[in-house]
Design a protein around this ligand. Structure first.
Ligand code: NAD
Length: 330
């Protein structure tokens, strides 16, 4: 019997009712692993949350595995090239949280530009009028140029939401045509450099790949306008954090708002934690979370598995070039 296993089960998904029902209805067995690779060695389909990484040498040991599906959007915890070479399909849950991440991004932009988290702290500390005299450098949002890096499912929703604030929205996404960028509500730029030089605030919405790893680094940070801001709800690895800290310390950047860091959770002695809370906003990789998104996530994973079990390549396949090792209909 085909065996589907969750490699690294989490309490939040218990009792895995949707996945179990869909998989058993398809005639397969559904079982929970224990966080070890040994337990999933004979699985035909492996589901993973976010506590395990799947490097090439672990994928090679999964001799029966036809698919690894990740509970989430980013699949940067799986060696995609190695999976493709081995004929293992990699799938994700592409849409369950895109609205929430866009909302969270706009929330971070407002928190940073309006000083919301800092104002709350000041009021609680008994300072009501004092904050008005202290220059918090509040910009007028409608006069700002916001640069979006990556205009996929999340980036485009951020653009839609920001349109309501009247700001100018630029986007850099080399995988989209200028016409597609305009259709998604932004003005195209020719290069990342052009975007960085023009934006008052840059918001990152790219997957973490070899190409995007540390794309915000010492060199690209220097291209930002003095006083610019950076918001990141994509992956911590997209930013060189040391360079970011230095840019804040030199006052080249006004502020940053980060939902993702590398590594996570943030270490207790991270310099960002000691910085001015007006200028550094941190949230704990919370962008995707809301009461409705978790069941949607489980449905998307169940759908990917049932597609595969019925002999089809799941629509959410992240390595479409894969030649599935035991054959599938495309
Ligand atoms: P998506 O695949 O729909 O969009 C990503 C966009 O980035 C695409 O349009 C792609 O062309 C573009 N891109 C790729 N490489 C690029 C590059 N070098 N420069 C500029 N653009 C580039 O993905 P999405 O649903 O919008 O999600 C984006 C990322 O957000 C995910 O990969 C994930 O890492 C992250 N994410 C975070 C959370 C959270 O809780 N904070 C939740 C979901 C997703």
């Amino acid at each position: 019997m085909t065996l589907v296993m969750v490699a690294d089960p989490l309490e939040m998904f218990q009792p895995y009712a949707q996945e179990r029902a869909a998989i058993e209805a398809a005639g397969a067995e559904f079982r929970l692993g224990d966080g070890s690779f040994a337990a999933i060695r004979d699985a035909d389909v492996v589901l993973t949350t976010w506590t395990l990484r799947f490097p090439a040498h672990e994928l090679q040991k999964l001799h029966r595995c036809r698919m690894v599906a990740r509970y989430g959007v980013g699949v940067d915890n799986i060696d995609l090239a190695a999976a493709t070479e081995l004929g293992i399909v990699v799938a994700n849950a592409p849409t369950y949280c895109v609205g929430e991440v866009a909302d969270h991004t706009v929330g971070l932009i407002l928190t940073l530009t309006r000083g919301l988290a800092w104002l709350d702290r000041e009021v609680r500390a008994g300072r009501w009028m004092a904050v008005h005299k202290d220059d918090p450098r509040v910009p007028r949002l409608s006069l700002m140029t916001i640069g979006l890096v990556g205009l996929g499912k999340i980036g485009r929703r951020v653009a839609q939401r920001l349109a309501g604030f009247g700001c100018r929205i630029l986007a850099y996404d080399p995988y989209l045509s200028d016409a597609e960028i305009r259709e998604r509500g932004a003005l195209p730029v020719a290069s990342l450099t052009e975007l960085l030089q023009a934006a008052d605030l840059v918001s990152l919405h790219v997957p973490l790949t070899d190409e995007t790893r540390r794309m915000i680094n010492r060199t690209t940070l220097a291209q930002l306008r003095p006083g610019a801001m950076v918001v990141n709800t994509s992956r911590g690895g997209v930013i060189d954090e040391q360079a970011l800290v230095e840019a804040l310390q030199r006052d080249h950047l006004f502020g940053v708002a980060l939902d993702v860091l590398d590594p996570e959770p943030i270490r207790a002695d991270h310099p960002l934690l000691a910085m001015d809370p007006r200028r550094v906003i941190l949230t704990p990789h919370f962008g995707a979370w809301c009461r409705a998104s978790t069941p949607d996530l489980q449905t998307e994973i169940a759908n990917a598995v049932t597609a595969l079990l019925s002999g089809r390549l799941p629509p959410s396949t992240m390595n479409p070039a894969v030649q599935p090792r035991f054959g599938l209909i495309r």
